[in-house]
Write a protein that binds this ligand. Structure first.
Ligand code: MN
Length: 732
């Protein structure tokens, strides 16, 4: 591949004409024109017009002799992401297939290799293949990356390293998997140049020094082979095998060898026209020079997992040094260089795009089945299986680590894969920033953020059905076991029943299926057993359940009472003052016991408050709190008289109290207030709230209080609510 020359669009068309018909060349010309228009006015970091990039990418694809759709995809690969044109535009201007390829490349761009952990790289590569759907998307992506690597010098140093690292970890191995060694070598060498420039240039320098000596020796060997082949009339193409900088570097690092030890190993490649000739040439080589035992490999009979075929042997060469020989046919050579791409290469009379996807898959399957016996096929199987028979999905943690899960997995599977505690405390999941239900089926590339709470009730029995992984199922079962579930369910049920009886209710009446169902929903439990188990291990209190269970009936009671009171009031108004005076208010006037006594509405005194009586005109005594502003004025002093609570601890009667609660206006504040009051088993008679522009919420509530201790308890609890500033008893 010509890496130094910047291709003009005409170069690409010209190269395409060597294997495509007129119509197809017209098709890719249109793709170029479309891309040029779309990218008009855009520039790369290097300052060049943007269109140069897609032209080079298409050029690489044409080099691989790929079908017109793939080449068009190369021209158009950045259009959807970087210009105002959409997939629909591409689909309309070209066809569905080109649009699908461009869409695939656009999606792959979203995958960022963020993690620095080595084991993540393999999962990442699988994810790429899984997401690409069509292997040609990967081919375009590789061409894109190759040109980006060639122009990496225009980026800042930090980016150069990050991209080089990603190239080495993800893209070069992908190219290798697909057998495209031409791209693989260049990616690796370029990446090394940025990641370890010192070693890179040192190796380049050493290679230069040795070149002449080496070329001379190889020529000598090739002359000898040619002579021998001529005798038996076999046509062959001979070449010295180029050594790649990165492979030398790697061997030096991994095998701790000196440059010379690696570089001095000479290698020649012989390309012939038939398999029969391959073996014939092998025979000749082995006759000329002594083969080294254990070094002969027949990759023709047993191809490598990435389709590579060749005969390999090492002999003791003319100067007594080991000489590596590779023998293969032209077709095998193409596959060695271009791998899977060679299979898509356009051949006269058989347009790759005429092949249906089904045929392509069939082709893959064939290879995979045929690979079954090969010993090192496993690795390759693993990676391609993902694509074709995929039963896995690949998703991200918010930090960018990839997690591999079976297809159909839900967020709970993910949570347990991360950590048991994350699973056990799961209350929800955000997928790509949006809250989704726990039965959401994960898709490739989803970014998953689990929502957990220390106060969660733990897993639900239902989760066992939702989850796909045995890991999650086992952890959930363990949790239940640990919670001694059965025991807790019956214990919890008992606790709720006791609490109900204590509150004066009959459990059987209230714990009906229908009632329980509404309570389950309120607390987001899935089953009754889950709820009782939670009570059993104190995940939630029995009182909380009872408050909810008795909600309706208490409301009803409250209404009944209000009606009763109204009736009483109406009745009382027609009767003598005396009759009503009898201790109804819970307040007594010293020395008088038949006085009509009312509690003042302005300050709503409760037992325990300091109080004072005020003699009204014809309506008896009204009782105020001693500090009520309405009884502070001088001119009414003579109308005040001393009054006392009959029983300050009385819980028989309830008294209205108005409270004003102010706090930061956040979501759920009102709810928290109501919950505190509910938990204190206190009835609320009226609530209203408002908020102002400063985000200050003011909540007015009217509650029924037994005495001032009861009141103090509630006020104290209200003050403990997060974001509540003040709680005050109001006077009207
Ligand atoms: Mn690009």
């Amino acid at each position: 591949m010509a890496k130094d020359k910047i291709l003009a669009p005409e170069d690409v068309f010209h190269e395409a004409e060597s294997y495509l018909n007129k119509e197809d060349v017209g098709f890719i010309k249109r793709a170029y024109e479309f891309a040029e228009k779309a990218h008009e006015g855009q520039f790369r970091k290097s300052g060049e017009p943007y269109i140069i990039h897609p032209v080079q990418v298409a050029g690489i694809l044409v080099d691989l002799k790929l079908d017109p759709e793939t080449v068009a995809g190369g021209f158009l690969h950045d259009v959807v992401e970087d210009t105002e044109y959409t997939l629909e535009d591409i689909s309309a201007a070209f066809n569905e297939e080109v649009a699908m390829l461009v869409d695939g490349v656009t999606k792959l761009r979203k995958i960022k290799y963020m993690s620095k952990e080595a084991q993540q790289a393999e999962t990442h590569r699988k994810m790429f293949i899984a997401m690409a759907k069509d292997i040609r998307v990967i081919l375009i992506k590789l061409a894109d990356r190759l040109h980006n690597m060639r122009t990496l010098k225009h980026l800042p140093a930090e980016k150069q390293r990050r991209i080089s690292n990603e190239t080495l970890e993800i893209f070069a191995p992908l190219a290798h998997r697909l057998g495209i060694s031409a791209i693989k070598w260049e990616l690796e060498d370029t990446a090394l140049r940025y990641l370890n420039p010192q070693q890179y240039y040192r190796i380049v320098h050493l290679m230069k020094q040795k070149r002449e000596e080496r070329v001379h020796y190889i020529d000598e060997v090739m002359e000898e082979v040619k002579r021998q082949l001529k005798d038996v009339d076999i046509k062959a193409e001979l070449s010295g095998r180029p050594k790649h900088i990165y492979s030398i570097y790697r061997k030096m690092m991994l095998q701790k060898k000196q440059f010379n030890e690696i570089y001095d190993l000479l290698a020649v490649r012989i390309i012939v026209s038939s398999i029969k000739d391959c073996y014939a040439v092998l025979g000749i080589i082995h006759t000329c020079w002594k083969p080294m035992p254990g070094r002969f490999k027949d990759y023709i009979a047993m191809p490598k997992p990435n389709l590579y075929q060749s005969l390999h042997t090492t002999v003791i060469g003319p100067k007594g040094a080991p000489l590596e020989v590779q023998i293969r046919t032209q077709e095998m050579h193409e596959i060695a260089e271009y791998g899977i791409a060679a299979h898509w290469a356009y051949k006269e009379g058989k347009n790759a795009s005429q092949q249906s996807n089904e045929e392509r898959l069939a082709w893959f399957r064939e290879i995979l089945e045929w690979q079954n016996d090969a010993t090192d096929a496993e690795e390759f199987m693993e990676s391609l299986k993902v694509d074709l028979f995929s039963d896995m999905v690949y998703v991200f943690t918010p930090k960018g680590d990839v997690v591999e899960l079976p297809r159909g997995s839900v967020p709970i599977d993910f949570a347990y894969k991360i950590h048991t505690e994350v699973g056990n405390h799961t209350i929800g999941a955000k997928i790509n920033g949006k809250i989704e239900p726990l039965d959401y089926q994960l898709k490739n590339g989803d970014i998953i953020e689990m929502m957990t709470s220390k106060h969660s009730y733990g897993p639900s029995q239902d989760w066992l059905k939702l989850t796909q992984t045995s890991q999650a199922k086992n952890k959930i079962k363990q949790f239940f076991k640990k919670q001694q579930r059965e025991e807790n369910v019956s214990k919890g049920r008992e606790m709720v029943e006791q609490e109900l009886r204590a509150a004066g209710f009959e459990p059987k009446e209230l714990m009906t299926e229908e009632q329980l169902k509404t309570v389950l929903e309120k607390f987001s439990f899935t089953t009754e057993a889950d709820m009782f188990a939670a009570v059993g291990y104190h995940g939630i209190t029995a009182a909380q359940i009872v408050t909810r269970l008795t909600e309706k009936i208490r409301e009803q009671q409250e209404k009944d009472k209000a009606i009763e009171e109204t009736i009483e009031e109406v009745n009382a108004s027609g009767q003598s003052m005396r009759k009503k005076a009898k201790g109804e208010s819970g307040v007594r006037v010293e020395g008088v016991d038949n006085m009509l006594i009312r509690l003042a509405r302005c300050c709503n005194p409760v037992p325990g408050d300091k109080i004072v009586g005020y003699i009204t005109k014809g309506r008896g005594v009204s009782v105020h709190r001693a500090d009520c502003p309405n009884v502070q004025t001088d001119h009414i002093k003579e109308r005040l008289l001393e009054v006392k609570w009959e029983n300050e601890q009385s819980e028989k009667r309830s008294y209205h109290v108005d409270l004003e609660i102010s706090g930061y206006d956040r979501q759920g504040l009102l709810n928290d207030v109501l919950q505190v009051i509910n938990e204190a088993k206190t009835n609320i008679m009226a609530v209203n709230g408002r908020s102002d522009r400063q985000k200050i919420a003011v909540i007015h509530i009217n509650i029924l209080i037994h005495n001032n201790q009861h009141l103090k308890k509630i006020v104290d609890r209200l003050k403990q609510i997060q974001d509540v500033y003040t709680v005050e008893r109001t006077i009207q």
